[in-house]
Design a protein around this ligand. Structure first.
Ligand code: HEM
Length: 425
C-alpha cells in the first residue's frame, strides 16, 4: 500500500496520496510530516477509534477532509456509505498513479499490485492469484501454520520474564507463513518486516513509506529474476510456471509485494492486539481454550480491532452521490474501515466486543467489493490456529506492564504496536 503501490494489501491507501503530494521534488518537497487534521482518522484511544469518529459518523458519515493544495477529499465513516464506495464498479478508480499525474504529483516508480489497479488490469491480475488462495490450496498450509505456531509458543515461553509477545510470536507467525506461501527465503524475513512496517507509517513523514516501497520492489526484482531461471515451489514459482509469458517482472513484483506486505503487518497486528484483548477478557479466552466459538470470536476481534484503518484511496471518475453528498469527478474518497465497523449497523453496542452478535451482514475489516482482501481466509486460518493455541499453552498469560503504558502506533494505516511485554507463567 504505500503511497504508490500498495502493493500489497492494504497499504498506502488513502493517505498515501497525500504523502506523495508531500514527497519527491515537487513544490511541497521537504514537508516532513502530514498534519494531524488529516491524520486523525488513524489515531486511537487505546484500542478504540477516537471519540471524534463517532461524532462525525453520527453527524456526517460522508464529511470533508481538509486536504491542502486544491485536492478535494472526503472521509467516509458510515457502514452504508463505505459499502457504496467500495462496491461501486463504475464510480471510482484505485489507479492512483493516473490521478497523481493529473494533479501534478511526480511518481518515480509505479510499483503495480492489485490495490492500485482498476479493471480490466485488476481482473486479469487478480485471476492469476485467486487459484493460490482457494480453501483447497490454502489447506495444504494448515499443518505448516500449526507447526509455526507451536514453535513460536516455545520461543515465547523460553524468552524469559517479561517476554515480548510481538517479537517472539505475533510477527514471526505471519512472516513465516507468507515466506512459505510465496517461496521467499526465510532468511530475508527481517528485511521484509522492516520495509513492510515503515511503508504504513504515516507519522514518520512521507518519504519513509515511499522508500520502503522501492526497497521492497528492488529486492523482489532480484528474486523474480532468479525464479524465472528456476521456478520454486511457492506462489511466485507457480505464477511464473503458469503465467510467466503473460506477466512482466514489474507486474509480478507488484503482486508479490502486495502479498508479502499485505499479509505481514496486518496479521501480526491482529495477533498482538487480539492477544491483548484476550488477556483483558478471561471469559473469551476460556471459550477459545475449550475450542468454543472460535470462528465467531475471530470475526468479532477482526471487526472490533479493524487493524487496516482505511481502505486505499478511491478517486471519483464521474460526478456521483454517496450517502446523499455530491462527489465530483477527481475527488479523493477515503473510507475509514475502523469508523464503519463501529457503526450501529453492525448491531447493538458496537463499541463492545461481543462474539454473540449476529449482524445482518459481515464486517468490513477485509474491505468490500472487488478489492476485498484476497488473503482473508489465510489470515483467518492463522488467527483460528494461533489464538486457541496461545491461551491453551499459557493459561496464566498476562501483561507485564500497566496497559496505560503500552505504546501504540500513532498514525499508521495498519494500527498496532512495536512490543507487547507479557508474563507467560
Ligand atoms: C488480518 C489480516 C488482514 C487484514 C485485516 C487485511 C485487510 C485488507 C483490506 C481492508 C483490504 C482492502 C483494501 C481496499 O479495498 O482498499 C485488503 C486487500 C488486500 N489484501 Fe489483505 N488483509 C489481511 C491479510 C492479508 C493476507 C494474509 C494477504 C496475503 C497473503 C493479504 C493480501 C491482500 C491483497 C493482495 C489485497 C489487495 C486486493 C485487491 O486489491 O484486489 N491480506 N486487505
Amino acid at each position: 500500500m504505500g503511497l504508490t503501490s500498495l502493493v500489497s494489501a492494504v497499504r498506502s491507501q488513502v493517505l498515501g496520496s497525500l504523502a506523495r503530494r508531500f514527497a519527491g521534488d515537487g513544490p511541497y518537497a521537504g514537508l516532513a510530516l502530514l498534519p494531524d487534521r488529516i491524520l486523525w482518522p488513524l489515531h486511537r484511544d487505546g484500542l478504540d477509534p477516537v471519540e471524534r469518529m463517532a461524532e462525525i459518523r453520527g453527524r456526517e458519515p460522508v464529511s470533508k477532509l481538509p486536504v491542502p493544495f486544491g485536492i478535494r477529499a472526503w472521509l467516509v465513516t458510515g457502514d452504508d456509505a463505505t459499502r457504496e464506495v467500495l462496491g461501486s464498479l463504475d464510480g471510482f478508480s484505485n489507479d492512483f498513479g493516473k490521478f497523481a499525474g493529473k494533479v501534478g504529483i511526480k511518481i518515480s516508480a509505479d510499483p503495480g499490485g492489485l490495490g492500485f489497479a482498476d479493471p480490466p488490469d485488476h481482473t486479469r491480475l487478480r485471476r492469476m492469484l485467486t487459484p493460490e488462495f482457494t480453501m483447497r490450496r490454502l489447506s495444504r498450509l494448515q499443518p505448516r501454520i500449526e507447526a509455526i505456531v507451536a514453535d513460536r509458543l516455545d520461543a515465547l515461553g523460553a524468552a524469559g520474564a517479561p517476554a515480548d509477545l510481538w517479537h517472539e510470536w505475533a510477527l514471526p507467525i505471519p512472516a513465516l507463513t507468507i515466506c512459505e506461501l510465496l517461496g521467499v527465503p526465510y532468511a530475508d524475513r527481517e528485511y521484509f518486516e522492516k520495509v513492510s512496517m515503515s511503508r504504513f507509517d504515516m507519522g514518520a513523514g512521507a518519504h519513509a513509506p515511499l522508500d520502503a516501497v522501492s526497497e521492497s520492489l528492488n529486492y523482489l526484482d532480484g528474486l523474480i529474476k532468479e525464479q524465472r531461471r528456476t521456478p520454486g515451489d511457492g506462489l511466485l514459482g507457480a505464477l511464473i510456471r503458469t503465467h510467466g509469458d503473460a506477466i512482466d517482472d514489474r507486474e509480478l513484483a507488484g503482486l508479490a509485494d502486495g502479498v508479502l506486505t499485505g499479509g505481514l503487518e496486518t496479521s501480526a497486528s491482529m495477533l498482538a492486539l487480539g492477544a491483548l484483548a484476550l488477556m483483558e477478557d478471561p471469559a473469551m479466552a476460556a471459550q477459545l481454550r475449550a475450542g468454543e466459538n472460535v470462528d465467531a470470536i475471530v470475526d468479532e476481534l477482526l471487526r472490533y480491532l479493524t487493524v487496516v484503518q482505511v481502505a486505499f484511496p478511491r478517486v471519483a471518475i464521474r460526478d456521483l452521490e454517496i450517502g446523499g453528498v455530491p462527489i465530483r469527478t477527481g475527488d479523493v474518497v477515503i473510507c475509514s474501515l475502523s469508523g464503519a465497523n463501529r457503526d450501529q449497523q453492525v448491531g447493538a453496542d458496537p463499541e463492545r466486543i461481543d462474539p454473540a452478535r449476529l449482524p445482518g451482514r459481515s464486517h468490513l475489516a477485509f474491505g468490500y467489493g472487488v478489492h476485498r482482501c484476497i488473503g482473508a481466509e489465510l489470515a483467518k486460518m492463522e488467527l483460528r490456529t494461533a489464538f486457541p493455541a496461545l491461551v491453551r499453552r499459557f493459561p496464566d498469560l498476562r501483561m507485564a506492564v500497566d496497559p496505560a503504558e503500552l505504546q501504540f502506533r500513532r498514525a499508521s494505516i495498519v494500527f498496532g504496536m512495536d512490543s507487547l511485554p507479557v508474563h507467560t507463567v
